[in-house]
Ligand binder design. Structure first.
Ligand SMILES: C[S@@+](CC[C@H](N)C(=O)[O-])C[C@H]1O[C@@H](n2cnc3c(N)ncnc32)[C@H](O)[C@@H]1O
Length: 236
């Protein structure tokens, strides 16, 4: 029997723990987004470079960081997700994005992929991401905008499409106000640039019909749905 959980219940990730690495399963699009996220991750500039992956999930970013030269450290609320991530080479620990169990300025790169739309306290999560980032380091975010289109594309349509998010995974009340994200990051020294993101339509159709094993994510002018944000932390 399948348990119907409330929207945004973190236990859903434990229910789906066996699906993280299934490229045709409920997390399929996360694989495509991870690849797009990694494009914004700079090359390491020194041997001991650390990338902190906030809400690393099952570690889907790991293969896309190959050759970038960072030690991949993950933090996630889900014990099953961190266990899966560890099997894929991520030094993953349990922790809350709103109260990271990490020292100030410990990271050369901080990524927060598909998590800000799940946290009740956006300001705390953004300020924590900035706190653990060293001056001069890079912050990379992707998330869903708090707009009509964000809700329509990810829930009304997205939850009904193959590759879209599992039903009830998102609570649209937690979707991210872009101005607020930019403002809070700036208050912590990170000036963010935003760009929209969507799956390539020909790739998606080829994926649905089994002619491709994944779809590429492509930039869009509008940031009103899924979007990426990145910026460097100011140096004193
Ligand atoms: C949509 S998944 C994204 C996972 C991964 N970043 C990726 O893109 O493959 C959301 C992840 O956020 C985690 N999560 C949700 N709330 C969290 C919180 N407050 N602190 C840390 N992790 C959280 C979940 O356990 C889940 O692994």
């Amino acid at each position: 029997m399948t348990t119907v959980r409330p929207r945004n219940d973190p236990a859903q990730y434990d229910d789906l723990a066996a699906s993280w690495w299934d490229g045709r399963g409920p997390f399929a699009m996360l694989h495509w987004i991870a690849e797009a996220r990694a494009r914004l991750v700079p090359q390491a500039t020194h041997e001991a470079s650390v990338l902190v992956d906030i809400a690393c999930g099952g570690g889907l970013l790991a293969p896309h960081l190959a050759g970038k030269g960072h030690r991949h450290v993950g933090v996630d609320l889900s014990p099953t997700a961190t266990a899966v991530a560890r099997r894929h080479g991520v030094a993953a620990v349990r922790g809350d994005a709103q109260r990271l169990p990490l020292a100030d300025a410990c990271a050369d790169v901080v990524v927060a992929g598909e998590v800000l739309e799940h946290v009740p306290d956006l300001d705390a999560a953004v300020s924590e991401a900035c706190r653990v980032l060293r001056p001069g380091g890079t912050l990379v975010v992707d998330t869903i905008a708090a707009t009509w289109f964000g809700r329509f594309s990810s829930i009304t349509v997205g939850e009904r499409l193959p590759g879209g998010p599992p039903r009830r995974l998102h609570d649209p009340a937690l979707y991210v106000d872009r101005d607020r994200l930019v403002r809070v990051a700036a208050a912590h020294g990170v000036v963010l640039s935003l760009a929209g993101l969507r799956p390539s339509v020909p790739d998606y159709l080829a994926w649905v019909t089994g002619r491709r094993d994944r779809a590429r994510m492509v930039p869009t002018r509008s940031t009103a749905g899924l979007f990426q944000a990145h910026g460097r932390k100011a140096t004193p």
